[in-house]
Design a protein around this ligand. Structure first.
Ligand code: SF4
Length: 246
């Protein structure tokens, strides 16, 4: 009995869906057949699409260096990162749920929250195949104006989300040595420009306009001590890292 209870607790969503099916079958049997057919359609679609997406995410995990993701989709990627994210989402194919594992992998490898929001939103509402269909059915003018307004909203949404959600809020295992440079921050207001961090860990810090600046690169296991030392020795405590970081 306790095993069954544990199985129910571990699979809450599945249990709820099963219970819903049972209730529909009892009270509105004709709708039960229809909903079962709809579910079957989506299951078939997922079986066809998900292996490709999982293969793609595995390839990104294994072959694309973290530095490449951070440079192109990370916090410091700026306008380039936003445009690349917009293109990636727009040129994608497949339903939106296929984007989630891909985005999780990108996030784990250093992509920023705002760029992930841009990828997800463009994937969902301004994909190229979708735009072509929209133009066919609702006129090119309708499609174009909606595309412009939606695109502006997507960039604004990405910015707002990056202010409201932090990476630590998302259950993602950072893919690296267990320590991400993405989670190190320099408060330029407090930085007195002494250059100590650059001396201690020149791989990760440089001076810019008399203030320290982070160098966006992978943190190597054998260099973590230097990075920690720089954080610890900063006289104005301008360098911070999130507590979850190893
Ligand atoms: S050690 Fe601290 S105060 Fe000195 S340059 Fe680096 S961040 Fe600025």
């Amino acid at each position: 009995m306790s095993r069954l209870k544990q199985a129910v607790i571990n699979n809450k969503l599945f249990t709820m869906v099963l219970a819903a099916y049972v209730l529909i079958s009892i009270f509105i049997p004709d709708k039960a057949v229809q909903s079962f057919q709809n579910s079957l359609f989506y299951v078939k679609e997922m079986i066809m699409i998900m292996p490709v997406i999982l293969l793609l995410t595995s390839l990104i995990k294994a072959w694309v260096p973290q530095k490449t993701i951070m440079n192109n989709f990370g916090k410091g990627s700026g306008v380039k990162g936003s445009i690349l994210s917009f293109l990636l989402g727009s040129l994608s194919a497949g339903p939106i749920y296929a984007a989630f594992p891909l985005c999780k992998t990108l996030l784990a490898k250093g992509a920023s929250i705002s760029n992930i929001v841009i990828i997800l939103c463009t994937w969902a509402v301004v994909k190229v195949p979708m735009l072509l269909n929209e133009a066919k059915f609702l006129s090119p003018k309708f499609m174009f104006i909606r595309w412009i307004l939606t695109s502006i909203s997507i960039f604004i949404m990405g910015y707002i989300m990056s202010k409201l959600v932090r990476k630590e809020d998302i259950p993602v295992n950072v893919v690296n040595t267990g320590y991400s440079i993405n989670n190190v921050l320099i408060n330029r207001k407090y930085c007195v420009g002494c250059g100590l961090c650059v001396k201690i860990a020149p791989q990760y810090f440089e001076m810019n306009n008399k203030k320290a600046k982070l160098i966006n690169r992978d943190v190597k296991k054998d260099e973590i001590n230097n990075l920690n030392k720089a954080i610890e020795k900063c006289p104005s405590k301008a360098i911070k890292r999130s507590s979850g970081d190893g």
